[in-house]
Design a protein around this ligand. Structure first.
Ligand code: ATP
Ligand code: MG
Length: 403
């Protein structure tokens, strides 16, 4: 069995579909740095089921898809197919040529293929087990791997030799068988647990059954006892019932008495209500009387205030009239004096008449004039007297009103 060809499309730097043929005698690929030699090894490792992006020198799985250059747009899918020839008899397959393929898309979805038929990764691993071909087997020794192997632990080195000796397959079968044995052992333990649990349940159920039997016996005893008890209670209730019916009769009589007294009380209440209404009516009359008296008081107060004002005015009038009276009195005195003087003059004139006959007529005339004047003054005096008496009577009236 040998590697025949490798088809790469969209994987890392292989944007174009590329077919690498490994003819007989091909022992190496040479090229300048960065031309893609390691990418070929990565493609082989990836198609054989590598799941670690780090092992493929990337950050995530989608990094293996061609992600474009200055002149070329990125692709959406990477596909690698590895063809082995001379397989029949070496691998568990009827075909002489086996093509192992893998595809991945940008959204993370992907698939594995054997001879273009979709399959599981496990199928590929089973197919190649023990041949030394595999993502972590000795057939792929990338840059620096040999150094790492030489300096690694003896167990890791042993794995490489075991793979080369072709016993990995049997070891993994042994591992699988041991795993199954463990699983069966665990199942056995579980079954033993279930049996123990069932036995425990059986014991508990038999305990419960004997309890149930005891319960049935006790239950029939309880029933008999209950019957006796109910009979006794029935007799007691009957006696109590007759007692109660007697007391009900007494209560009915008492109730009749109470109803009568209620009626009496109600009549009393009605009378009291009528009385109360009368009192209320009286009260409202009294209240209206009070209101009326209050009105009268306020009217009387107003009248007193008015009379006081009027008294003030009349006092002023009295004062004025008193002054006029005094003045009139003075005037009368003056006129009396003047009368006296006139009389004196008259006397003098009479004397002069006696003395002077010729001037008698003149004197009599003057006397006559004086007399006329005196009469008018007397009249005026009489008037003033009347006025004074009037004023006096008015003053008396005002004083009476004031008191
Ligand atoms: P060296 O001799 O130094 O080991 P090499 O021949 O092994 O070099 P590789 O490491 O195989 O070179 O290839 C590196 C090249 O692949 C780089 O130029 C890098 O840009 C390119 N490359 C890696 N991944 C991608 C990708 N997803 N899309 C496009 N180009 C990629
Ligand atoms: Mg390299």
């Amino acid at each position: 069995m040998r590697l025949k060809s490798l088809d790469i499309h969209g994987f890392k730097s292989f944007a174009d579909k590329t077919k690498l043929e490994f003819h007989e005698g091909v022992t190496g690929i040479v090229g300048p740095n960065g031309c893609g030699k390691s990418n070929i090894v990565d493609a082989m490792r990836w198609v054989l089921g590598e799941t670690s992006a780090k092992a493929l020198r990337g950050g995530e799985m989608a990094d293996v898809i061609f992600n474009g250059t200055d002149r070329r747009a990125p692709l959406g899918m990477a596909e690698v197919s590895l063809t082995l020839t001379g397989c029949s008899g070496v691998l568990e397959t009827d075909y002489d040529e086996v093509a192992i393929g893998r595809r991945v898309y940008r959204d993370g979805k992907g698939e594995y293929l054997i001879n273009k038929q979709p399959c599981r990764l496990k199928d590929i691993q089973n197919l190649l087990m023990g041949t030394g071909i595999g993502r972590s087997s000795y057939s792929i020794m990338e840059q620096g791997k040999i150094d790492m192997l030489l300096s690694s632990k003896p167990e890791d080195r042993r794995m490489v030799f075991e793979e080369a000796a072709g016993i990995t397959k049997y070891k993994s079968q042994k591992k699988e068988a041991l795993r199954k044995l463990d699983y069966t052992e665990a199942n056995l333990v579980r079954i033993r647990d279930v049996i123990a649990e069932n036995e425990r349940q059986i014991r508990s159920l038999s305990r419960q059954a004997s309890k149930a039997k005891r319960f049935q016996g006790l239950f029939s005893d309880v029933k008999t006892l209950e019957l006796h008890l109910h009979h006794k209670q029935w007799r007691e209730f009957r006696a109590e019932k007759s007692e109660l019916s007697t007391s009900i009769k007494n209560l009915v009589i008492e109730q009749d008495g109470l109803e009568e007294s209620i009626e009496q009380r109600q009549a009393e209440m009605a009378a009291a209500r009528v009385e109360y209404q009368e009192i209320e009516a009286k009260l409202s009359d009294l209240q209206s009387g009070i209101a009326q008296l209050e009105n009268e008081i306020s009217t009387a107060r107003n009248r007193v205030a008015f009379n006081e004002e009027r008294a003030g005015e009349l006092q002023q009038l009295i004062d004025k009239n008193s002054a006029a009276l005094t003045e009139t009195e003075e005037k009368r005195t003056r006129q009396q004096e003047s009368i006296n003087r006139s009389e004196e003059i008259l006397n003098a004139a009479n004397e002069e008449l006696a003395a002077r006959e010729e001037t008698v007529v003149e004197a009599e005339k003057a006397c006559q004039e004086s007399r006329v004047q005196r009469e008018s003054l007397s009249e005026r005096l009489a008037e003033l007297e009347v006025e004074r008496s009037n004023a006096k009577s008015r003053l008396a009236t005002i004083e009476a009103t004031l008191s």
